[in-house]
Design a protein around this ligand. Structure first.
Ligand SMILES: Nc1ncnc2c1ncn2[C@@H]1O[C@H](COP(=O)(O)OP(=O)(O)OP(=O)(O)O)[C@@H](O)[C@H]1O
Length: 373
């Protein structure tokens, strides 16, 4: 089992509060990703769960038992760090076997468990090598192997892929998802990389300045961000935010005018008064060329092959990013008009709260779990 429950969990370093009281439940077998910008408190949360950091207030329960004062080794948790922390003088076999040796397990058990972990991690051919003879990805797999043989009920990963190059990170993401499918353990994974969060998580916890901004599945966060912070953090390239003012509220939604731009009726719930400031949020992929739309100047064109990213500037020096087809003829300094389907837009109040959208392009409730188990 690996159910976790945080109730009012808080962390103070001296007079600095780095985690505000947090309630969070993580279900057995779930792959949960803590994501957020540098310094938001992700590692501190993970370290409190691991027992490497005291909890200043609140309770942490694992499988119904309060573990605030339980030593890390007694929590049934294994942690994998960014810096693999391998022993350079030991070969792969002995590095993976290390926790079992400390536990004085029999030679037969060590052989069986190390063999099984090596098989899952495709390290069987490398067991006699020293860490110095391995690639970064292989070293990270050895560190994961050392966690697997302890058969923890919860795995904790602290930015395990950040030392790897982009191609290897992509491969390891797939391997970690596969590993989770096989082991079906609770996994908690910390990253500042929203692509890792989107691709691996069953549920994402978005943290900002020591507070949870939103908890949800990757697509929930993408299609129904609760606020401007989550909307801006999840999705790549980042969502565009355009200052706007309310014209009127109708049965179809809210009609607003983009600053120095056209009017749109956006199908969202809410009753703001005419003249109220709102922010319109639109993802770069949801923009399209339209001569009658918002006029802007193309600043930079990035050609990615099957798509191109246009960085544009609208009146008032407002930056707007649009993803368009790979064969676009657009060139810097050209003037273009851009528009969008109002159903694709998001609207945020002045304090950053998202107004509920009436249309979401996918039925989130009917979406199958990405997990195999
Ligand atoms: N031992 C400590 N003493 C004092 N402040 C600390 C300590 N450890 C962390 N902090 C502070 O707590 C805040 C959260 O740090 P934490 O390492 O959890 O952030 P993070 O989200 O993991 O960031 P990163 O992605 O950069 O690793 C930061 O402001 C950090 O400076």
């Amino acid at each position: 089992m690996g159910d976790l429950k945080l109730t009012g969990v808080t962390k103070d370093f001296g007079i600095a509060r780095v985690i505000h009281p947090t309630d969070l439940q993580i279900r057995d077998g779930e792959f949960t990703v803590f994501v957020g910008p540098s310094g938001c408190g992700k590692s501190t949360m993970l370290r409190m769960i691991a027992g490497l950091e005291d909890i200043s207030a609140g309770t942490l329960e694992i499988d119904g038992r309060v573990v605030n004062d339980l030593a890390p080794a007694k929590r049934g948790i294994a942690m994998v760090f960014q810096s693999y922390a391998l022993y350079p003088h030991l070969n792969v076999y002995e590095n993976i076997a290390f926790p079992l040796r400390v536990d004085r397990r029999s030679e037969a058990e060590v052989r069986q468990k190390v063999g099984a972990a090596a098989e899952v991690l495709k390290l069987t051919e490398r067991l006699q090598h020293k860490p110095g003879e391995l690639s970064g990805g292989q070293r990270q797999r050895v560190a994961i192997g050392r966690a697997i043989v302890r058969e923890p009920s919860v795995f904790l990963f602290d930015e395990p892929l950040s030392n790897l190059d982009a191609a290897l990170r992509g491969e390891m993401r797939v391997e970690l998802s596969r590993l989770h499918g096989k082991l079906a353990n609770t996994m908690i994974y910390v990253t500042h990389d929203q692509i890792e969060a989107m691709t691996m998580a069953d549920r994402i916890v978005v943290l900002n300045a020591g507070r949870v901004e939103q908890v949800g599945s990757p697509l929930e966060l993408f299609h129904r961000p609760a606020n401007r912070f989550v909307a801006g953090f999840i999705g790549n390239p980042n969502m565009n935010f355009l200052p706007s003012r309310v014209i009127t509220t109708t049965a179809e939604g809210i009609t607003l005018q983009i600053e120095n731009g056209p009017e749109f009726t956006i199908p969202v719930e809410g009753k703001p008064a005419p003249g109220d400031p709102l922010t319109l949020g639109i993802r770069p992929d949801d923009l399209r060329p339209d001569p009658a739309g918002l006029q802007c100047r193309v600043d930079v064109v990035e050609r990615l092959g099957n798509s191109s990213v246009l960085y544009c500037v609208a009146e008032g020096e407002r930056q707007i990013c649009m993803v368009t087809d790979g064969a676009t003829q657009a060139v810097p300094d050209e003037m273009i008009g851009i528009s969008f389907d109002p159903a694709a837009a998001h609207v945020f109040t002045e304090d950053g709260r998202a107004l509920p959208r009436r249309h979401v392009p996918v039925d989130l409730a009917r979406l199958p779990s990405t997990r195999k188990v």
